[in-house]
Design a protein around this ligand. Structure first.
Ligand code: ADP
Ligand code: ZN
Length: 746
């Protein structure tokens, strides 16, 4: 017989890197399995931990004892535990933080109650009998806290654990309010017609069959469905998910933002009635908790959600789909930094199931992975029903209004006469137009015409955006707001003027130019309230809006057939950012927004207003030439040695005092240099850039410096970056933020 497992390694929510060893009390060892939540003492507190593994012996001398179980079953299965360990290693994060990110917030929050409920009756010890009496007096259910208050006994935890282990009682956590019946959000009812199963065209069929062969044969493989906008990628995902359901398995599909995907939700709900689980951050804690358990109990066939849904606890994972895999929202920037697209591939590998990435404009790294034969490329080159891709015209802003001595009239500074003409004729034909400007607010910033003073954020080194409706100056980074002043805070003259237009101003111009048109705006300011987003997309879909103006929100995934005109106003806003992905991001945004045009019977026109018509991102955009863009971009990356030619790790330091942050950054550089010198394996392998102040040198009151590590071998870059926490020590005033494969260079 095996010796009994006397010890358990347990991950607790703390910055401690390693799991801690605890003793398993007698009576509990048969109930305890890896992945379970337990209550353990940590310092003076009791915290929730996750069992990582059980041990027969321990080298640690003084160990404390596990206080009790939190559930009857594991919350993380072995594959998710393995994934957690991979993430901790690759993203250089404490395991406790990783596991915290994997579980719904209610499992960690303090806002929950632990309830003890009666399920059988067979008591032994005095304490156990007392527990029973008390439960019976309270109709079999009691909050743990009250139980503790009433029975102040030292062996209470042990008695509870024993009763729980033999199934006499159940200990559950509930989230306040979760017992109320939850109203399904309106979209979960499914829209008429969304359930139609479409006959695949030849390209779709070929792509589906490649995935299907893998599903039938079993095993891991990553596919990239590179399909132009409107080529019918979704139908391929749905077919594959149907196959997975037939196999008695579950699929997980990630979308960039769930509120932007009502049409996909409709189709999922119609094709998998009552069997769709949703996970995303806009759900209340109670909703999330309920969905999470439904998924864990295997009560859904499909889980859909934003990036954190990659941790969905499905019991038998059969397929992962990442739609719009290039989208930057898959990158988590705060807390645990990870890229859900990359994690998806690793999870597929661990679980032995296929992973399908889809995009019209794949990330450079992803497409390169196809060329290196790590991923399999499946191409959809044509739109459904052979509809043509929209025609893209360039409006060169450099010449606009040049003939007029005082510059163009204000309404034409943003909306060129050419565009105004197209909008006019589109209105006359009762067609819809989409106007894209990736900047919200009324004016980009406020400047004094007399003294040049510019209104800046009190906490960040950025200018404040002027919002006319609320009459505020607003920081888009930290949410700081000022009532817009009437006079210049610098010189006192009433000469503050807005410079550079945002969506709010464009909306105003459009309403003035086309007073009879139904104009709406979609950006973060108009979609703040829950459901307002969806309402806008719905009225856009049903043709109740003639002209929709918006930020990048309008570039994503909706399929509206009435749209025949798309305009990008200042197409190169994203081109000028100090970020090596600026060209890629611009190409993707513009291709996606252009892809909204001409999805119905009438062909689409796109007009791109730019100051940089000769830039390769714009040139290849016009020709719908992803491969041309990819080749040009790859050359640029090769020359400057950026991904996919190297791995990057960004080390960012921030703190309230500029000199302290700078000093720590310089010290970090010195120590990393030292270490690199002493390790022959790392010499010449890794380039260290910086330290330098971040492009946004101060954010939310904290000064920011950064270093960038670059190297061919991921393992050596990670090894070096992994030293940073030790160098920083436990400095409270300067924080270290490690970002592996960073997206945000600002
Ligand atoms: P993508 O995601 O590639 O941009 P979608 O999946 O949104 O494209 O499909 C575009 C439109 O074509 C949708 O309205 C969809 O219902 C329709 N469609 C997809 N496949 C077919 C098909 N085989 N036959 C007819 N219509 C299809
Ligand atoms: Zn700010």
């Amino acid at each position: 017989m095996n010796p009994r497992a006397e010890f358990a390694r347990i991950v607790v929510p703390s910055p401690i890197k390693e799991a801690l060893t605890y003793r398993v009390p007698a009576g509990l060892e048969s109930a305890l399995v890896p992945g379970m939540r337990v209550l353990v003492p940590l310092g003076k507190r009791k915290v929730t931990g996750i069992v990582l593994e059980l041990l027969h012996e321990s080298t640690v001398r003084e160990v404390k004892e596990v206080s009790g179980l939190q559930d009857n079953r594991p919350v993380l299965d072995p594959s998710l535990l393995q994934l957690a360990q991979w993430i901790a290693q690759y993203y250089l994060a404490p395991l406790g933080q990783v596991i915290g990110a994997m579980l719904p917030p209610a499992m960690r929050a303090e806002a929950r109650r632990t309830v003890v409920a009666l399920s059988a009756a067979d008591a032994a010890s005095g304490t156990e009998r007392r527990i029973f009496e008390l439960l019976q007096r309270n109709s079999g259910r009691l909050e743990l806290k009250r139980l503790r208050d009433e029975l102040r006994r030292r062996d209470l935890s042990q008695a509870l654990a024993r009763l729980q282990a033999c199934g006499a009682i159940e200990i559950r956590e509930t989230v306040p309010g979760s017992r109320r019946r939850q109203k399904e959000p309106p979209h979960l009812s499914g829209a008429p017609g969304a359930g139609r199963r479409l006959t695949l065209n030849a390209e779709q069929q070929k792509a589906f069959e490649a995935i299907d062969r893998r599903l039938l044969g079993g095993g891991f493989e990553t596919f990239l469905v590179h399909g132009v906008t409107g080529s019918g990628k979704t139908e391929i995902y749905l077919r594959a998910m149907e196959r997975v359901r037939e196999q008695g398995r579950q699929s997980v599909i990630l979308v960039p933002e769930i509120s932007l995907a009502p049409q996909l939700l409709d189709r999922l709900v119609a094709r998998f009635p009552e069997r769709v689980g949703v996970l995303h951050s806009a759900l209340t804690a109670a909703e999330r908790w309920n969905h999470w358990w439904r998924i864990a109990r295997g009560e859904v066939d499909v889980v859909v959600g934003a990036r954190s849904a990659i941790f969905a606890p499905v019991p038998r994972l059969g397929l992962i789909v990442v739609d719009e895999e290039h989208d930057p929202s898959y990158k988590q920037e705060e807390g645990l930094c990870y890229n859900a697209r990359d994690v998806a591939v690793v999870r597929g590998k661990i679980s032995g199931c296929p992973v399908v990435l889809g995009s019209a404009t794949p990330a450079i790294e992803t497409y390169e992975n196809c060329r290196q034969k790590r991923f399999r490329l499946l191409e959809l080159t044509k739109r459904i029903r052979e509809r043509p891709l929209p025609r893209i015209q360039i409006a060169d802003l450099r010449s606009a209004g040049a003939s007029e001595p005082a510059g163009p009239p204000p309404e034409h500074r943003l909306i060129s006469p050419q565009l105004a003409g197209l909008l006019e004729s589109n209105l006359r034909r009762s067609k819809q137009s989409l106007v894209f400007l990736n900047r919200r607010g009324y004016a980009n910033f406020l400047q004094c015409r007399s003294c040049g003073y510019v209104l800046r954020c009190a906490h960040c080194s950025v200018t404040l955006t002027y919002h006319q409706q609320k009459n505020t100056a607003h920081c888009h980074h930290c949410d700081f707001r000022l009532p817009a002043p009437d006079t210049c805070p610098g010189c006192g003259w009433p000469t503050l003027a807005g410079i550079g237009a945002g969506t709010e101003q464009v909306e105003q111009w459009l309403r003035r130019l086309f007073p009879e048109a139904r104009v709406e705006r979609m950006d973060r300011d108009t979609t703040g309230r829950r459901g307002s987003h969806e309402r806008l997309i719905r009225s856009w879909e049903s043709g109740e809006i003639d002209i929709l103006i918006g930020t990048q929100m309008i570039t994503k995934g909706h399929d509206v057939t009435g749209v025949t005109l798309v305009a990008a106003l200042l197409a190169d806003l994203s081109l000028n950012l100090p970020d090596f992905r600026a060209a890629e991001r611009t190409f993707q945004l513009l291709s996606q927004v252009a892809g909204r045009a001409g999805r119905g019977d009438d062909p689409g026109t796109v007009i791109v207003q730019t100051y940089a018509p000769d830039h390769y991102a714009i040139e290849h955009l016009v020709g719908h030439d992803y491969k041309g863009f990819f080749d040009a971009e790859l050359e640029f990356r090769r020359e400057l040695n950026y991904p996919p030619f190297c791995r990057l790790v960004q080390l960012r330091l921030d703190g309230p005092r500029a000199d302290a942050v700078e000093a720590k950054a310089r010290e970090l550089r010195r120590q990393l240099d030292d270490f690199r010198r002493r390790r022959p394996g790392l010499r010449g392998q890794i380039e260290i850039l910086g330290p330098a102040p971040a492009p946004i040198g101060r954010l939310r009151g904290r000064y920011r410096w950064q270093l960038l590590l670059k190297g061919k071998q991921p393992s050596s870059v990670l090894e070096l970056a992994g030293l940073a926490p030790q160098v920083l020590g436990s400095s409270r005033s300067v924080r270290l933020h490690i970002d592996v494969d960073p997206y945000n260079m600002l």
